[in-house]
Design a protein around this ligand. Structure first.
Ligand code: F6R
Length: 596
């Protein structure tokens, strides 16, 4: 979602901000802008379009100086347009800011400000914040910290802000309430960003801002304040892990690159887990009586697949909840809660995790982004080793979440005594064989591409499966619809006849995932039912299963989801390419969903 960058120091702000925004593009956005402060005063440049357009316009733009803020906007209040793009400036010209998040009480505040004579030129809640801060700035005799603490005390919602006050030309202020912000420390220059990639171009020393914190950046120092305005002493963190280059290499899209990185990502994740990555979880696996998994989107789908594996392996009932529902449910809370998130910043998952903690549950997080809010707030974080995922549609993060969950399931089963150490070793051997099997499936890429060419113009389709295969069907249908815009629905195969079968007509595609031996016969009957109505099948199965279009290598049945998802990722990818869509940046979607 929205991305914020900021710079103050010895260098020219413009190229640093533009490069920073380029490195936040993957979060998803519809417009972009920068404000630079220098010898030509304060200059603002915005575009309803890509950072590339902004950079092009900036090449002949007069914005020069050593202080600035930038933004990629993902529209919440007000449609995507140049007028609504950030940065926004207060009506009195005192406050210039960019914003990620939502000010929930914006309407009421806007009405009050309008009555007081403050004018507005956009439809955004951000401009409400700019005017509100300008009013508070006057009230607090132009004291920025008093202004920001007062604002924090009254503002509702979740947000991160990068702020310039016109009367403080050598300072960049930042404020965090829920939405992420990181400060990067340089030599005679300091940086601000929503996420690490823009910062890592310049420094590996960072401060993660906590909730309710305010930062004041100058070229040679940074000070942090609490929401009460007290000066804080914070410890900088050194980013020690290797970061990948954000380029596509030999691939036309990040998504295809990331699909191909999966064998290595799985091997890396298993290595990490075997070398102690799960040590912090051991304590929490003792005496688990109730297990709940929470997540959103694909991370939720991982939870569903794990439910089948954990229940079978550990003889333990597992509840899987959409984080956005769980956070508002009134339910007794007990046991262990596992939060799954690639970004570690998803607002709903974070809120659900906090609810679980507040309710007295032990919490584990399966997270990809190191140092993210969910990773830091859970009792223990298990890091998937997917590496940075740029494509909005997740592939390697999904798969490494699944692998981490399988590994966790095996450890839990040993802890509970539902399997012995020898069985655990055999299961681990199966996991270790997965990278080679994934490579085998990737070699069927051309066959999958041909299927995609055949089906690219379909109006809608279904994905069906039973048990674990149903969980994978959910992921397959999400992948297809999010990047190709074809309505796709996943059904537990046995449910089809309870309603959706009325939509099957001659030519309707039904993708069948069929890897679970105990239900082969049932699946065959379901496939017959589809064919009897003229529906067409695309089958993904294993030798000895149903007649398959895509045949998967076999592994332990509980782990089949980690293989059957690969052709579905490729199918979605190729359909999107054949339809000429922007695969890596699907419309309206964001990589990191930091608002509700
Ligand atoms: C789909 C996709 C999303 C995310 C969801 C949760 O391809 O990527 O559905 O899975 O937004 O995000 P995280 O895992 O970052 O919490």
């Amino acid at each position: 979602m929205c991305g914020i960058v900021g710079y103050i120091g010895k260098g020219q702000a413009k190229p640093i901000l533009l490069q920073g925004l380029k490195h936040l593009e993957y979060r998803g956005y519809d417009s972009a802008g920068i404000a630079v402060w220098g010898k030509n005063g304060l200059q603002i440049l915005k575009t309803h379009g890509r950072v590339e357009d902004l950079s092009q316009q900036a090449s002949t733009w007069e914005g020069e100086g050593n202080l600035g803020i930038g933004h990629t906007r993902w529209a919440t209040h007000g449609k995507p347009s140049k007028k609504n793009a950030h940065p926004h400036i207060s009506a009195d010209g005192q406050v210039i800011l960019t914003h990620n998040g939502i000010l929930e009480n914006y309407l009421q505040v806007k009405q009050t400000l309008q009555l007081e004579g403050w004018s507005f030129s956009s439809d955004t809640d951000t401009e409400v914040i700019a005017n509100w801060l300008a009013k508070l700035f006057q009230l607090h005799n132009q004291d920025p910290i008093a202004t920001l603490t007062d604002f924090l005390g009254q503002a509702q919602g979740s947000f991160a802000l990068a702020i310039l006050f016109r009367n403080f030309p050598n300072r960049l202020f930042a404020l965090r309430k829920e939405s992420p912000l990181v400060v990067g420390i340089g030599e005679g220059e300091n940086f601000l960003a929503s996420d690490l990639p823009p910062l890592l171009l310049h420094t590996r020393r960072v401060y993660y801002m906590e909730n309710g914190e305010i930062a004041c950046l100058q070229a040679d120092k940074v000070a942090f304040y609490s929401d009460k305005g007290e000066l804080l002493s914070k410890k900088a963190e050194e980013i020690s892990w290797q970061t990948e280059k954000m380029d596509k290499g030999k691939y036309p899209h990040f998504m295809l690159k990331e699909i191909h990185e999966q064998p290595e990502a799985v091997a890396r994740t298993l290595r990490y887990l075997r070398e102690g990555g799960m040590d912090c979880a051991k304590h929490w696996l003792k005496n688990v009586e109730q297990l709940t998994i929470i997540g959103c989107g694909s991370s939720y789908h991982v939870g569903i697949a794990l439910q089948y594996a954990i229940e079978r392996l550990c003889q333990l009932p597992v509840r899987v909840e959409l984080a956005s529902e769980f956070r508002y449910r009134e339910i007794p809370m007990q046991g262990l809660v596992v939060a799954i998130s690639q970004s570690g910043e998803t607002a709903d998952t974070l809120a659900a995790l906090r609810k679980a903690k507040k309710g007295g549950c032990a919490t584990l997080a399966i997270v990809n982004v190191v140092g993210s809010a969910i990773a830091r707030e859970a009792d223990c974080a298990l890091y998937t080793q997917a590496g940075m995922e740029i494509a909005v549609a997740t592939t390697k993060a999904y798969l490494t979440q699944l692998i981490t969950g399988y590994y966790l399931a095996v450890q839990l089963a040993v802890e509970r005594g539902s399997i012995d150490v020898f069985q655990a070793r055999c299961l681990l051997a199966d996991l270790l064989d997965l990278p080679e099997k994934i490579k085998e499936i990737l070699r069927q890429k051309e066959a999958i591409h041909r299927l995609a060419k055949r089906w690219k113009d379909m109006q809608y389709c279904f994905f069906i499966g039973r048990g674990m295969d149903y969980a994978v069907s959910m992921e397959g249908s999400l992948k297809l619809k999010e990047i190709s815009y074809i309505p796709a629905e996943a059904y537990a195969a046995g449910e089809l006849k309870h309603g959706a079968i009325s939509l099957i007509e001659p030519g309707t595609l039904v993708c069948c995932v069929c890897t679970q031996e105990g239900v082969f016969d049932k699946m065959r009957s379901n496939m017959q039912e589809v064919q009897s109505r003229g529906g067409e099948l695309l089958t993904i199965s294993i030798p000895g299963g149903v007649a398959c279009d895509i045949c998967l290598p076999k592994t332990e049945e509980m782990f089949m989801a980690s293989l059957s998802v690969i052709p579905l990722q490729l199918f979605a990818y190729f359909v999107s390419v054949e339809r000429g869509e922007d695969v890596d940046k699907p419309l309206n979607l964001a990589k990191s969903v930091t608002v509700e």
